[in-house]
Design a protein around this ligand. Sequence first.
Ligand SMILES: [Zn+2]
Length: 180
Amino acid sequence: MEKWSEIRINSNVSLLQIVKKLPYAKDNELFGHITSTNRIRYLQGEHNWCNCNYSESITFHTHPANYKYTNVPSIRDIYNFLKSNKQVTIIVGDKVIWVIKSTVKSKQIAKSIAKWENIHLIDWFSKRANIDADKYFRFILSKFGFNQPHTAKTNNWLKQIKKLHLSIKLIEKNDQETSS
Ligand SMILES: [Zn+2]
């Protein structure tokens, strides 16, 4: 089994301060979670994949620097988080960090999606041979007003993700440069 790396943080810090300590790798994804005792635990993922959809209440993952969409969440990230019971997920890009929180309204959307899926999901996929899951995510999220931007511009994504009533905080990495 892979060994978790761990970063310890003082116990009296805010989530935002913890976020600023999250690890980053230029060439591959890292993924992990923040424990209730304020430790960051993480593993290495692949170049463009990580096993980041697991059940901890605050998870994070990073996007490599050379990935075109490094600074925005993927459609899969959005769907998975929305459908999960997690409170917070954090996505660390090359320049921008997204702190995404669920809200009462986003949980209602998740419930509506689950309801729709119970009835229609199998049918939807069976009518479309070899369709990839991202297409489904785009389809289902568009029912709630989300239209996937065709660019990697952070603001375009922000505007769309807000339609899902997720609460977003964007942190520019430049703001957090500290002398070390
Ligand atoms: Zn991602």
